[in-house]
Design a protein. Structure first.
Length: 426
């Protein structure tokens, strides 16, 4: 068999003609959406490249099915496969209740150091949106994946650990502002310079590669001055130190304004925009959430910490039709590792009914194809979806809100997309 592993050489992926991709089917509706996704991806590759390129799919275990069969939610063998083959894709997974692993998704991200959660948000013509003009929403969120509260350092109220931590705060750190110390639980929020800098570096690099006009650092540095405030400060440093020839930052604008006045700063900003430089700015998280509704066209690439990114990516998805059409990827740009995923849950209430919407997983697969630079196949998938949605062809969760909606089963939607892909009209 020909070599089928991706390799990272000098920061660039080497992609063989046949790529082995480990996949986790997922729980609940995973059994329906993963086969549909794979069939559509295979059709797009065949149409774009004939028999010269292909994917070799290998199923690996994780989730509820894995736990029932071998007592492990995330076997070491699965992690080794993702590590060995660099990329993979997964359906939705059940979050275990009670003891054991906190979240399979979080465990995957931490084990492979997938520090970027990449969430592109756009609107498809025909899909219902609560916005007056959803065409203005076109953003890509870079959410830090390995730090912040998702690092999971916390202690429950009333435990010896919580009491020990409280005593340390009072006795060693002279903290006196805890309102109800006896009944408080505690959490620690680690935010590092290294983690912040590599996340912002990836966001600015993406903006440059995709010719995006701006990068916005979203934070709560007005309150958390050393964690979220540090993220903002380190983000600006990355933009100026590593991308100074292609960026103009609002930190730079502020220095010019302080030294030479507002008019000089405005002229510098106008000159940077005219020359096509990427504007790097920042905004407080709560203001950003409001602004995305009032003036979404002002934002293109977003860089933020984990918790903020959780809120932001789901709100933006709701603005364009919901997480059912919102793709996602977890990426380490330094090692080349990436896991692409459905961003929604397992939907056990409709599992097995052939009603599930594979769009989130399918768009994530299109991101995966773009990641390995099989752009022609990726574009065919996206254009097929655009045409289907514009014609009202969708699964019930979307078509029910379309004026010309036609309720399709999962299988029928797969067939409709495959027909579009195989036609010569896209």
């Amino acid at each position: 068999m020909k070599e089928s592993k991706l390799k990272l050489n000098s920061g660039r992926l080497t992609v063989p003609d046949t790529v082995t991709i480990p996949f986790i089917t997922g729980d609940g509706i995973g059994n329906e959406i993963m086969p549909a996704c794979q069939a559509i991806v295979d059709a797009a590759i065949a149409k774009a490249y004939g028999s010269s390129r292909s994917i070799r799919w290998i199923e690996v275990a994780a989730g509820e099915k894995s736990f029932r069969e071998n007592g492990e939610w995330l076997p070491d063998a699965t992690l080794r496969m993702f590590d060995e083959y660099l990329i993979g894709i997964k359906g939705p997974l059940t979050t275990p209740v009670g003891g054991g692993i906190r979240s399979i998704n979080v465990a995957l991200r931490q084990a492979l150091d997938l520090y970027v959660c990449l969430r592109p948000i756009r609107w498809f013509n025909g899909v219902f949106s609560p916005l007056k003009d959803p065409r203005k929403v076109n953003m890509t969120v870079f959410r830090e994946n390995t730090e912040d509260i998702y690092a999971g350092i916390e202690w429950d109220r009333g435990t010896p650990e919580a009491e020990k931590f409280l005593n340390f705060l009072r006795d060693e750190m002279n903290v006196t502002k805890i309102r109800f110390p006896g009944s408080s639980a505690f959490g620690v929020k680690p935010v590092s310079e290294e983690g912040s800098r590599r996340l912002v570096h990836a966001a600015v690099r993406y903006a440059a590669d995709h010719r995006q006009p701006n990068v916005t650092l979203v934070h709560k540095g007005n309150i958390m001055k050393y964690t979220e405030g540090g993220f903002k400060r380190w983000g600006y440093e990355v933009a100026e130190e590593e991308f100074g020839d292609i960026t103009f930052t609002m930190a730079e604008y502020g220095r010019i304004r302080q030294e030479r006045g507002k008019d000089a700063a405005d002229r510098a900003m106008a000159g940077a925009q005219q020359s096509g430089k990427i504007i790097v700015k920042d905004v407080i998280a709560d203001a950003f959430l409001q602004n995305t509704l009032l003036k979404p066209e002002e934002y293109s690439v977003i860089a933020t910490l984990n918790l903020n990114g959780d809120y932001i990516s789901d709100q933006l998805a709701a603005m364009v039709g919901g997480i059912g059409i919102s793709p996602g990827a977890n990426i380490n740009y330094l090692t080349g590792h990436a896991v692409f995923e459905a961003t929604h849950g397992t939907a056990p209430d409709i599992a097995g009914e052939n009603r599930a919407n594979p769009s989130s997983l399918l768009l994530s697969a299109a991101m995966m194809l773009e990641y390995i630079r099989w752009n022609e196949a990726s574009e065919r998938i996206v254009r097929a979806m655009e045409q289907c949605f514009a014609e009202g062809n969708a699964t019930a969760d979307l078509s029910s809100f379309m004026p010309n909606g036609k309720n399709l089963t999962t299988t029928q939607f797969q067939q409709a997309l495959t027909e579009k892909i195989n036609s010569n009209k896209i």
